[in-house]
Design a protein around this ligand. Structure first.
Ligand code: UN1
Length: 508
């Protein structure tokens, strides 16, 4: 095992369960790099019984952790941020190795973790409740926020470390413990992060079982989190199909979910737009992380007067993207995560042609020249479509971008909102009336709507999530912390009488 992987605590065979102690006696699975298909290391998965025990240990840890003052909980997260600063290069390298995003983006992902730690530390002194005027004399009406319990965190392969941190650092300062079920494609990133969190907890005296890990499938780890009443909140990131299953199971027991599911994100480009900016944002949005962000740009809705000019620039940009080994600093786009992802991209390309779409570049199904053997490399594909064809309505998790034209601005908004998902959106315009309409009540129906900025690459300070099939959850910054706490309304009578609300007279 290479030195830098050892420093992250990765061995050839790794325990995939952490519940305060490391274990795992289920199946031994391999984690292979999408860069060249080579096996990085193996992981021993959780059995159903180990999942049950882990939730119990996390619950015990919560019972103690909730009594630690919030700013003292913040101290553990402050140190976690420092430790992440220290290991940033190695952790980013592991993200690149295990999922294939380029190093610059992997470093950005670890930076998101550091940023959210800083954010959570500040937050740990700000869990403010309201004080409201009571209608009764000598009464105080107020709200408090208390820790919630064990939070189940289900994450996807594409952000194998940052999405854990959005949920877990906020949950931890709120006084909750976390049980993490990472994607089956990224167990090593999850183990490395959990080892860092464990080390920090041991230093600060926090019970390390506040950051519990279950590497395992949907049938074991996922099922446990969805059905166990000791888990009041399940925060799940992934496909709409996964979210529907999790939401139904959790709500069947009246638990809460926080869902961040698929996107079908569009950028509108109007006649007054700065095309240079628009092209840069669209290319980063469509090609970054090989089109495998939930915020990836999937559709461009462009005014007919500039369609030809924009297409020409996009084709030139797509054709000049350097595709190859994501560990090489000159590469802009690495491989797709798996063979299945390549097949899904090809199937979408074939389908769009059957439905009347036209390929403008890419999409021939052959690996670009000079890419490593055994990897899953594809050229980014740009296609022209007449509108939201059936294939366009579905999220294809790949570098596949649809361009469509509009004539009237209302038509652009209708096309924009005419898909089932509602995560992220952007408009490129220098006409402030168009911008305001896009951001207004009858404009973009997404959770994120940007002006002269693309759909991906959100900062952690804002609430992150979307509407419709995206699931409605909000994670990360702003007031998202409220999801991880329980609100309590208090009425305190400091008088000598017992006046009833609404002026009710009861008895004498
Ligand atoms: C995701 O793809 O699940 O806004 C998260 C972005 C990143 C997070 C994406 N900050 O693109």
């Amino acid at each position: 095992m290479q030195d830098w992987l050892q420093r992250l605590g990765i061995a050839e065979e790794n325990p995939g369960v952490f519940d305060g102690d490391w274990g795992g006696s289920g199946a031994l699975v391999e984690s292979a790099s999408p860069i060249d298909g080579s096996v990085i290391a193996c992981v021993r998965q959780a059995t159903a019984a180990e999942c049950e025990t882990a939730v119990g240990r996390a619950h015990e840890a919560f019972l103690k952790w909730r009594m630690v003052p919030a700013p003292a909980r913040g101290e553990t997260i402050r140190r976690l941020g420092n430790e992440l600063r220290r290991v940033k290069p190695e952790l980013a390298r592991l993200v690149t190795l295990e999922i294939g995003k380029i190093l610059a983006e992997a470093e950005g992902e670890v930076q998101e973790m550091i940023d959210i730690c800083d954010y959570a530390v500040g937050l740990s002194r700000q869990f403010h409740g309201l004080t409201l005027p009571s209608e009764r004399p000598h009464h105080r009406l107020m709200e408090q926020w208390h820790p919630l319990g064990v939070v189940g965190v289900i994450t996807a392969f594409n952000f194998p470390v940052a999405v854990w941190s959005w949920n877990s650092t906020i949950a931890a300062v709120c006084g909750d413990s976390v049980v993490w079920k990472p994607s089956h494609q990224t167990p090593l990133c999850a183990i490395a992060v959990t080892r860092i969190a464990e080390r920090v907890c041991r230093e600060t005296g926090a019970d390390p079982a506040i950051f519990t890990l279950l590497c395992g499938g949907a049938e074991t780890a996922g099922e446990r989190l969805a059905t166990d009443p000791r888990v009041p909140l399940v925060s799940a990131t992934g496909s709409c199909a996964m979210g529907r299953v999790v939401a139904q199971k959790v709500s069947a027991r009246l638990g809460r979910t926080l869902l961040e599911l698929g996107g079908n994100n569009a950028v509108i480009v109007t006649p007054s737009a700065n095309l240079e900016l628009a092209v840069r944002a669209i290319v980063f949005g469509a090609v970054g992380t090989a089109g495998q962000r939930c915020t990836s740009t999937r559709r461009v809705i462009v005014h007919e007067s500039i369609t030809a000019a924009l297409k020409e620039r996009l084709i030139a940009a797509f054709e000049s993207v350097r595709i190859g080994d994501p560990l090489d600093g000159a590469t802009l786009m690495g491989p797709l995560i798996s063979r299945e992802a390549v097949i899904a991209m090809q199937a979408a390309i074939e389908r769009l042609q059957r439905e009347g779409g036209r390929i403008l570049c890419g999409g021939d199904g052959t690996a670009p020249e000079g890419t490593p053997e055994g990897g899953r490399y594809m050229k980014p594909c740009l296609a022209e479509v007449s509108g939201n064809l059936p294939v366009v309505l579905e999220e294809t998790f790949a570098p596949l971008l649809y361009v469509m034209s509009y004539r009237e601005f209302d038509e652009a908004i209708a096309l924009h909102n005419g898909v089932p998902q509602g995560l992220s959106s952007g408009i490129f315009t220098n006409d402030f009336r168009e911008a305001e309409r896009f951001l207004g009540a009858s404009g973009s129906d997404c959770g994120i709507a940007n002006g002269n900025a693309g759909t991906s690459g959100a900062e952690i300070g804002g609430a992150f999530g979307g509407e419709k099939d995206t699931g409605g959850g909000r994670e990360s910054g702003s007031d998202s912390w409220e999801h991880y706490m329980r609100r309590q309304t208090n009425t305190i009578n400091y008088g000598d009488d017992l006046p009833l609300a609404q002026g009710i007279e009861f008895g004498d």
